[in-house]
Design a protein around this ligand. Structure first.
Ligand code: F6P
Length: 360
């Protein structure tokens, strides 16, 4: 596909650090290499639903400062599935045709969607229904999208969780306490296991491995016997109670919000070990802040590759990181495979090798 083109870009799902560097990379590549027009679509697919369509023309000077800025200048949403959109009367309606029309009103040749598995599934359905040319870029602090070793936002989140453990270490030691850090990860324990190893946790609990309070208390007592009167525990928010109940705060449009496992564990561990416990729920701090160098680097590589896919006329593809390079795969294949922590994989073996208790 040669000649002048007009492409759109949107960010969808929960925000994270690294989205703005992706936008910057896409604009740089599209304009400096191909002399295309780039339209930033605001608030994910909501911008395409709005009339007039809610967009901003993006150019190089405008995006140059985005490298170090967290969040997304385009705005985003992790609610409002267009196929089950919340209507004013409280029902859910299908507004996909308005969104599809928005793409065509803009005369777009292609659209780049930056999102996780949920967003990618929705964008793909819209693209098939509406004849869009779609290219995807993976982002999710949870790092649970299939077929890619990296997703935008994960590295920054791990850095933040690791720094939190570094800080908790000193206060835990000063007060001889058990400190529990609850981190995000809706279905997978990637942040917990990575930050736990990097931050020197004594116990790491992830949804992929079941645990018992007894084993955790044994670890605390083992440390005490060695004169180490404190303990650092990191737990992924999706870890369940000992009897297998999820601890959720609310459910919104079919999406569960986790939260509370840290406090549940604190009470059980205090009872079982006699130790004083405190809880830190890191929450959205993990999604904010300055993107890490690795997230910026991945953003640059993904942004350039996504624009090049459009130039080659390769659509319905998502860029991924595999074996030190960017390769594209069909979006359908990436969203069909869900990446969780492998209980027999390197990180779990490493944690066990270091004597870290995984609860079992
Ligand atoms: O999927 C990313 C994520 O940050 C999860 O780790 C977390 O459970 C969820 O989003 C939080 O969503 P919200 O921003 O709606 O609270």
């Amino acid at each position: 596909m040669g000649g002048q083109k007009r492409i759109g870009i949107l960010t969808s799902g929960g925000d994270c650090a690294g989205l703005n560097p992706v936008i910057r990379a896409v604009v740089h590549r599209a304009i400096s290499a191909y002399d295309w027009e780039v339209l930033g679509i605001c608030r994910a697919t909501n911008g395409l639903m709005a009339r007039p369509v809610d967009v901003m023309m993006l150019d190089i000077p405008q995006v140059d400062s985005l490298l170090t800025i967290g969040g997304t200048v385009l705005g985003t949403t992790n609610k409002g599935n267009p196929f089950a959109f919340p209507m004013p009367d409280g029902t859910l309606g299908d507004r996909s045709s308005e969104i599809i029309e928005g793409y065509h009103l803009l005369n777009l040749d292609a659209i780049i969607g930056i999102g996780g598995d949920g967003s990618m599934a929705i964008l793909r359905q819209l693209s098939h229904q509406g004849g869009w040319n779609l290219v995807g870029i993976p982002k999710t602090i949870d790092n649970d999208l299939g077929l890619t070793e990296r997703s935008i936002g994960f590295d920054t989140a791990v850095n933040i969780a690791t720094e939190a453990l570094d800080r908790l270490h000193f206060t835990a030691a000063s007060h001889s306490r058990v400190m529990i850090l609850e981190v995000m990860g809706r279905d997978a324990g990637h942040i917990a296991i990575s930050a736990g190893i990097a931050g020197g946790a004594d116990v790491i609990l992830i949804p992929e491995i079941s645990y018992s309070i007894e084993k955790i208390c044994e670890k605390i007592h083992e440390r005490q016997a060695r004169g180490q009167n404190y303990c650092l525990i990191v737990v992924a928010e999706a870890v369940r109670t000992e009897s297998g109940e999820p601890i959720t705060k609310a459910e919104c449009q079919g999406q569960v919000r986790f939260g509370g496992i840290g406090h549940y564990l604190a009470d059980r561990i205090a009872e079982g070990s006699g130790a004083e416990t405190r809880v830190t729920v890191l929450g959205h701090v993990q999604r904010g802040g300055i993107p890490s160098p690795l997230d910026r680097l991945t953003a640059a590589a993904f942004g350039v590759a996504a624009v090049d896919l459009i130039a080659e006329g390769k659509f319905d593809q998502i860029v991924t990181w595999q074996n030190r390079q960017v390769v594209s795969v069909p979006i359908a294949e990436a969203i069909a495979q869900y990446s969780t922590v492998d209980p027999d994989g390197t990180l779990v073996k490493t944690a066990r090798g270091l004597g870290i208790c995984l609860g079992s």
